[in-house]
Design a binder for this molecule. Structure first.
Ligand code: AMP
Ligand code: MG
Length: 881
């Protein structure tokens, strides 16, 4: 079967001018793939890496360092295109800090090391043909950089992407370059040989190479690691860093049980169902920094002995032929990873290095931190930390995801991040000059960040409560900010069109077809050659009818001079025809000859192919909300599904021993549960899906038991009741010690609020809101906190609904220090302004008045009384009649 696939691939590689060695390696991989190699490393076959040498414990003399560096070359993997950051050229050509590109900094780092140690230290890039020109142009200005007898770069190889079924090379005429991929960075060893660079280095007496990615500016050629390696006569060294909770993805090293060798397990080589082992940072406590050191004489020996095939394990990557288009055909890419060479050499070692040696810029979030004053370049162009605290966590909204959008929104440079612990930006504001971020910063719905702004204020303010006691009361805005800062948008998922309404598109969708797909008629009439109608405005012209085309036909005849074809709206234009005459301008003959009474230009009533949509164009952009019209376009382009952020599932649960489901009879002391249905409806109208669980009585055990069940199916849990000061307020007592924070919020109604995370059995963290039980308090709390949270989960802007000014018809009073959300009926006066009539029952238990109201009016914290005629902000809930 795939004898043919291999032959076709090899032919393509030969035609591309790839050398016999590269082809041989490809053949080797191909055989492994064909033999069913999945390239996975099961947990049962390995043991954790165990203790390794720490760089900080290594002591090296200057002489040892100099001796090691004098035999070392720096090799940077520089084939990356930065497509993930919306770049088209070499990623390392991006300005990353102080006006310098990655490559400038790398060159300066190398030059500084040469000067400090008096060594030759050659720098060689592994480029792809797409990064070669641009990279060398940047390095041109460093006249002393090139080293006698060595090129500044060599090129990585390429291989065809394969169809998963028959393993033949994929065809993609839309962009034939996408039919090729690099064979992973493990290719560096092969290309070092085929380019002649390996032998050139050895001829110069260079025996060791330090290999790392060019986007990792922390990866400098460290003299201590070099000296340690040389001193211990090691063939291969991999640098590892301590893994934290946020590094669950990258690969880790482990010891293979069968032969005691160190192996690298990457995300792509995790066996199915073993993700939890892979993510377990206690078991696999370090990750592979992808900085490796190799003894080139050992590499040369091995390559000679194995006739150019190092024998790295393959990684079988399944991707789409056009990575930007998830609906393009699936392909297999056979790759190898640089770090897996560790298993090839007996006596390889790992060394634990500080986190500073791993500083890759993979996203614009990383770029912001590296560019900011949290880091500095020292005299030897090493990246050093200036901030005191841990590296700030940055999460910019999609508008900043690509470099051009990022640059546009930071025209005066990125903010100061020295004192910042986290920065999240929701929306797409442009940042002013001299902006400073302090502590935890959430920017939500700003249009612009002003010059000299200091962002991030303490979340808790101490105020007097209405009971007159001093205590911690959190402002409404601070509480909302605290909630939003814990929430991430839902994972994305390919979703059928009819289930995607209201959800946010996760990735740009490109058309795979032209619309219209063929030239067709926009009228019922006759397809003609426009030239045949010359003179028809002076007297009718008669054309011979040669056929008829209805929508859905595929005409096999041609329309020549003096001829016409009857054509219907939407039918393809037959060959030869270039215009349509509408039936009203003819005698409407069905056969024989048709009399035409008008002259028409070429293209008349013709909808040309691709007029609406061109194949390859973005038809729906990431971030768009799916509506009826989006669905129309996707369907027209043939898509049955769209990748969206999944709809959050809300589980609603009321608490209270007095509650009875509506529809069932009440005994003395009981009431019907109205919050459950109300919260369900509010969640659904916010765009979530929701489910009501049976109300639980005031028992801690019952509550915890039911919550354990609920979290299994929930992305978010909303309870009501049991959070105030009463003897049976079990929600608070049961959950306060379980990670839910109970706070007083400076609002009325809705002062007691609880929010936190429950852990689901599968390890997911499920946010829980515990709202107060009074129906009006519950409703207001949902509007103020839960709705924005749901919007954040859906990746919508959690902005508050629009406030409008309205004139109060009667006076109201409000508590000092609390924001009051009163209920009102708002309508339009004869003059067109809004007027607000507060409902009579402002108590938190008045369900009928709540239902009657169509708006909330807001009395600010510092206002205690408003008289009739004063203007308040109102939040319109539904119709304003
Ligand atoms: P709690 O917050 O549990 O102290 O309840 C405050 C008030 O709201 C009490 O009068 C409860 O009976 C009432 N209440 C609590 N939960 C609900 C519910 N699900 N439906 C209607 N009223 C409720
Ligand atoms: Mg209760």
């Amino acid at each position: 079967m795939s004898e043919q696939g291999l032959r076709a691939s090899v032919e393509l590689m030969e035609r591309r001018g790839l050398g016999p060695e590269a082809i041989k390696v490809f053949e080797y991989y191909y055989e492994q793939l064909e033999g069913g190699a999945q390239g996975t490393i099961p947990e049962a076959s390995i043991e954790p890496l165990g203790a390794v040498t720490e760089l900080l414990q290594v002591s090296v003399t200057d002489e040892e360092a100099r001796h090691a560096l004098s035999q070392t070359a720096v090799i940077k993997l520089n084939g990356g295109l930065g497509t993930g950051m919306g770049m088209t050229g070499a990623k390392s050509a991006l300005e990353v800090k102080d006006g310098l590109t990655f490559l400038d900094i790398i060159a300066k780092q190398v030059l500084a090391l040469r000067e400090r140690w008096g060594v030759e230290l050659p720098l060689v890039l592994m480029n792809s043909f797409r990064t070669h020109d641009e990279s060398l142009r940047i390095l041109e200005k460093y006249e002393t950089l090139p080293v006698e007898g060595l090129p500044l770069d060599f090129l990585q190889s390429a291989e065809p992407k394969l169809r998963p079924g028959d393993l033949t090379p994929v065809e993609w005429p839309e962009d034939p370059e996408l039919e090729w991929c690099p064979p992973g960075h493990g290719d560096v060893y092969v290309s070092l040989v085929t380019s002649g660079v390996l032998d050139a280095l050895l001829a110069k007496g260079i025996r060791y190479a330090f290999l790392s990615n060019s986007d990792n500016l922390g990866a400098t050629c460290d003299p201590d690691v070099a000296a340690w390696m040389v001193g211990h006569g090691l063939p291969f060294v991999a640098e590892v860093c301590k893994r934290t909770k946020s590094d669950r993805k990258g690969g880790h090293l482990a010891v293979r049980k069968s032969d005691g060798r160190i192996v690298l397990r990457d995300t792509a080589t995790v066996a199915e169902g073993e993700e939890s082992y892979f993510r377990d940072i206690k078991r696999h406590s370090t990750f592979n920094a992808n900085n490796v050191w190799i003894d080139l004489t050992v590499l040369r020996e091995r390559m000679t002995a194995r006739e150019g095939v190092l024998g790295l394990p393959i990684i079988v990557n399944r991707k789409n032929v056009d990575p930007a288009d998830p609906t393009s055909p699936e392909v297999i890419q056979m790759e190898s990873a640089m770090g897996t060479a560790i298993e090839v050499f007996e006596g390889s070692e790992a060394i634990l290095v500080p986190r500073t040696r791993f500083r890759p810029v993979k996203t614009t979030n990383d770029l912001l931190v590296v560019r900011s004053d949290y880091f500095d370049l020292d005299d030897s162009y090493h990246i050093v930390q200036t901030g005191e605290g841990p590296e700030p966590y940055v999460d910019l909204d999609s508008a900043y995801r690509f470099v051009p959008g990022f640059e546009k929104r930071f025209p005066h440079g990125v903010p100061s991040m020295k004192e910042c612990t986290s920065l999240r930006v929701i929306g797409d504001p442009v940042f002013g000059r001299n902006v400073r971020c302090v502590g935890e910063v959430l920017i939500d719905g700003y249009r612009r960040v002003l010059d000299d702004a200091v962002l991030g204020e303490p979340a808790v303010a101490t105020q007097e409560t209405d009971e007159g006691r001093a205590g911690d009361v959190r402002s409404v805005d601070a509480h909302l900010r605290a909630i939003l800062s814990t929430l991430e948008p839902m994972p994305t998922e390919a979703t059928p069109l009819t289930e995607s309404l209201g959800l946010v598109v996760a990735r740009d969708v490109r058309a795979r077809v032209d619309l219209p797909p063929f030239d067709n008629s926009s009228m019922d009439g006759y397809a003609v050659q426009s030239a045949s109608l010359e003179g028809a405005d002076e007297g009718p012209v008669r054309l011979r009818i040669v056929g008829e085309v209805a929508a859905g036909d595929d005409p096999d005849f041609e329309v020549g001079p003096g001829e016409a074809a009857r054509i219907m709206t939407g039918a393809p234009l037959p060959a030869g025809a270039d215009a349509v005459v509408k039936v009203e301008d003819t005698d409407a003959a069905a056969s024989g000859e048709v009399e035409c009474r008008v002259v028409v230009p070429v293209g008349n009533f013709v909808r040309p192919v691709g007029d609406d949509v061109r194949s390859g164009a973005v038809i729906v952009a990431a971030g768009e909300v799916v509506g009826a019209r989006t669905i129309a376009l996707l369907a027209a382009c043939g898509y049955a599904e769209v990748e969206v952020h999944r709809r959050p599932r809300v589980v609603v649960m009321s608490t209270g021993s007095e509650l009875v489901e509506p529809g069932r009879p009440l005994r003395a002391g009981q009431i019907h549960d109205s919050n459950s249905s109300m919260l369900w409806a509010a969640a659904v109208s916010a765009g979530a899906s929701a489910e009501i669980r049976q109300a639980v009585g005031d028992s801690e055990d019952e509550l915890l038991e039911q919550l354990n069940v609920a979290v299994k199916d929930a992305d978010i849990v909303v309870t009501s009741g049991g959070v105030s000061m009463g003897a049976y307020d079990v929600v608070k007592s049961a959950l306060a010690s379980r990670g839910v924070e109970f706070v007083k919020v400076a609002m009325q109604p809705g002062k007691p609020q609880g929010y936190g995370m429950l852990e689901a059995p599968d390890g997911r963290r499920v946010p829980i809101f515990t709202l107060p039980g009074n129906p009006v308090s519950s409703f207001v709390s949902f509007e103020v906190f839960v709705r924005p949270a749901l919007r954040r989960l859906m990746r919508l802007t959690p902005e508050k609904r629009r406030m409008r000014p309205a004139t109060l018809i009667s006076g109201v009073t409000s508590f000092e220090g609390r924001r009051q959300f009163g209920r009102a009926v708002v309508s339009r006066s004869a003059e067109g302004t809004l007027v607000a009539v507060p409902v009579a029952g402002q108590g938190s238990h008045f369900v009928a008045d709540l239902s009657r109201a169509n708006a909330l009016f807001i009395v600010p914290e510092d206002v205690t009384e408003l008289v009739a005629g004063e203007v308040v902000d109102v939040l319109v809930l539904d119709r304003e009649d």
